[in-house]
Design a protein around this ligand. Structure first.
Ligand code: ZN
Length: 226
């Protein structure tokens, strides 16, 4: 995992006019993201999720989802600074959307040196709400998710969502939307359900993910369509 540029120190040392200087290496963002992941306690599980060990269970919908995820990673360097730089997986429980989202994050960290912050939606929204009376803590809590290089939102809109949740989400999404900062999203909701909850926020999410929207629908759902 050592960085070629700085030898894993996180700083690049150089001399100018005979004086020693140090500047932060680009790998610092990745290191910060990794440390945060380690602290979150899901690090081991997270690192195991790759494209190679994703099983499509012989289903075309999953095979296509995997291909789309790989395509996203390949195209990432070209799209990262555009307003269509994000990806969303929509589907039922157990469809593999979290696995593919995590595989993308691992790929971005390992191959593209992107610092990805993992946000388990319900847990983090609850934590942010607890800081709401303390402006500084609140802004700190929000900033981590607003400004990171890439953000994975796991299980978007899980649980019962209030107007306070929508406001927090808007702050994060709108900032990332305006600054063209990518999001990697998994959710059990459909497009319509997302828009029904809050059109202002979700129209931005859907715009950012416009080229990479994957709906993983299973047998039950197909059955209903017949
Ligand atoms: Zn480095």
């Amino acid at each position: 995992m050592g960085c070629e540029k700085c030898g894993g120190r996180g700083w690049i040392l150089y001399k100018k006019d005979g004086i020693d200087f140090a500047k932060p290496c680009e790998c610092q963002e990745v290191m910060k993201a990794r440390n945060r992941l380690d602290a979150s306690g899901i690090s081991d599980e997270f690192h195991k999720k790759g494209f190679k060990n994703f099983s499509d269970r012989g289903k075309e919908v999953l095979r296509n989802a995997r291909l789309k995820a790989i395509e996203y990673c390949k195209n990432y360097p070209e799209i990262k600074n555009t307003n269509r730089n994000s990806i969303i997986f929509m589907g039922q429980v157990g469809s593999g959307k979290t696995h593919l989202s995590m595989a993308i994050c691992n790929n971005l960290m390992d191959y593209h040196k992107v610092g990805v912050i993992y946000m388990p939606y319900r847990d983090e929204i609850t934590k942010i709400k607890q800081t709401i009376k303390d402006e500084i803590n609140y802004q700190n809590a929000l900033n981590r998710f607003k400004t990171c290089q890439a953000l994975m939102i796991d299980d978007l809109l899980k649980g019962k969502n209030t107007e306070a949740d929508a406001n927090i989400l808007f702050e994060i999404i709108n900032y990332r939307y305006l600054n063209m900062l990518p999001i990697i999203v998994s959710t059990e909701k459909t497009k319509d359900e997302l828009l029904d909850f809050d059109e202002g926020v979700m129209s931005r999410v859907l715009e950012m993910t416009k080229d990479y929207q994957i709906e993983i629908i299973g047998e039950e759902y197909n059955y209903r369509l017949l």
